[in-house]
Design a protein around this ligand. Structure first.
Ligand SMILES: C[S@@+](CC[C@H](N)C(=O)[O-])C[C@H]1O[C@@H](n2cnc3c(N)ncnc32)[C@H](O)[C@@H]1O
Length: 374
């Protein structure tokens, strides 16, 4: 089984925190959709005839595609790959695009899961982030999707935001629960180089919550989601039983995926490929039949570190027998001695045969992972 990721590199506005690849000029959208279809055809051998169990439209803002553009991409995928019955087909959407008509069209195109970028249910926060929607539109978007029969919905929220208090964060979580969505992605704000927030922070235009306040928001997130029956299945991801993102889970469980579109990356067990993060260059090279990409061959150390990094963040944890089998007994010995202090301090624990993070360990996930790297 395998997955396809399609990157749609367009947004109406640039969010002040975001450093993903996108353009706010939509004038090349149609040409880029054609280039995406060409790349799907050119790279149809990549997944070695594995059947697709997931398709994920990410961005950027894929809800900016017209239904003609979306249908064109989906039919090109169908012409070149076999899709299993019941495959998960997700589209990232912005609330201001999700009118009743749009959600109906998305359902007709075959989209059966929406990941809606809400970030906050407060208008002042949304303005500060330069979002293209308000809080009311966010609520309406979820309800429009549900009324048109798309109930498999995830919403994105961000904590650690400037001016975000415990009370506001609690309100955001309660609003999410009230909307009855089965999946929540909650990210801690990262200040990325080159973003407006990075600049605002340097000139003192924004201030961030202190580290203890941000930790308190993460702890509140964990306790409130547990109270409402969500499973914390990855550091930033929470779902009702059986409702995890099948697509993202496949990234964390070592499945192959093909990434199409500017800046998308692909993985086939032996290498990673990174498409050029520039729309004009991407289009130009696709027209020559040879996509513009960098290839990184994965060394055993890369593979081991990726396994640690991804699995440690999940509910499935790290399996020592797998390490021994894939990377050898010496690597296992080094790993176990690195894990020992974290077991002793209560940051790691055994869950049957796997090592997983405790609640305390979840606060230190990145540090623990880097200490366990070879
Ligand atoms: C790149 S966006 C695309 C989805 C959609 N177009 C939107 O704007 O909501 C994917 C998600 O990444 C998260 N994100 C992006 N940059 C982030 C940052 N610097 N810190 C925390 N979360 C971030 C946001 O929650 C966002 O919804």
């Amino acid at each position: 089984m395998a997955g396809i990721y399609i990157h749609i590199p367009f947004c109406k506005k640039a969010c002040h925190y975001c450093d993903f690849h996108f353009s706010t000029s939509l004038k090349n959208k149609e040409t880029l959709v054609d280039a995406i279809c060409s790349e799907i055809r050119v790279r149809q051998d990549y997944l070695e005839n594995k059947k697709l169990s997931t398709i994920y439209f990410g961005g950027g803002t894929p809800s900016l595609l017209t239904s003609t553009e979306l249908d064109k991409i989906i039919s090109t995928i169908k012409e070149n790959f076999e899709i299993i019955p019941g495959a998960e087909i997700t589209l990232e959407a912005n609330p201001d695009d999700l009118t009743p008509e749009k959600t109906k069209e998305l359902k007709e195109s075959g989209i059966n899961r929406l990941s809606i970028g809400i970030q906050s249910f407060f208008d002042d926060d949304l303005e500060r982030m330069n979002r293209s929607h308000n809080a009311n539109q966010a609520i309406q978007a979820v309800q429009n999707a549900q009324s048109n029969g798309i109930n498999n919905i995830s919403i994105d929220l961000i904590y650690g935001l400037p001016n975000l208090t415990r009370e506001k964060w609690l309100h955001n979580l309660q609003q999410a629960f009230q909307l009855n969505v089965p999946h929540l992605s909650a990210y801690c704000l990262t200040i990325e180089e080159g973003t407006a927030f990075n600049h605002f922070l340097h000139i003192g235009k924004i201030t961030l919550p202190s580290e203890p306040e941000t930790i308190e928001q993460f702890e509140l997130l964990m306790s409130e989601t547990t109270k409402h029956g969500f499973i914390h299945y990855e550091i930033s991801n929470f779902c009702k039983e059986g409702k995890q993102s099948r697509h993202n889970s496949s990234y964390w469980t070592n499945e192959y995926y093909l990434g199409i579109g500017p800046s998308a990356h692909s993985y086939n067990g032996i290498s990673r490929q990174f498409n050029v993060a520039n729309n004009a260059k991407y289009i130009k090279r696709i027209n020559t039949g040879a996509p513009d990409m960098e290839i990184e061959m994965l060394t055993p150390a890369n593979k081991f570190n990726e396994y640690i990094m991804t699995r440690l963040r999940t509910i499935w944890g790290i399996n020592p027998a797998f390490i021994s089998e894939q990377f050898g007994k010496a690597t296992l010995t080094t790993f176990l001695s690195g894990a020992e202090p974290y077991l002793a301090s209560g940051s790691l624990q055994w869950q049957q045969d796997n090592l997983i993070l405790t609640q305390k360990g979840k606060l230190l996930a990145d540090k623990i992972a880097s200490d366990l790297f070879v």
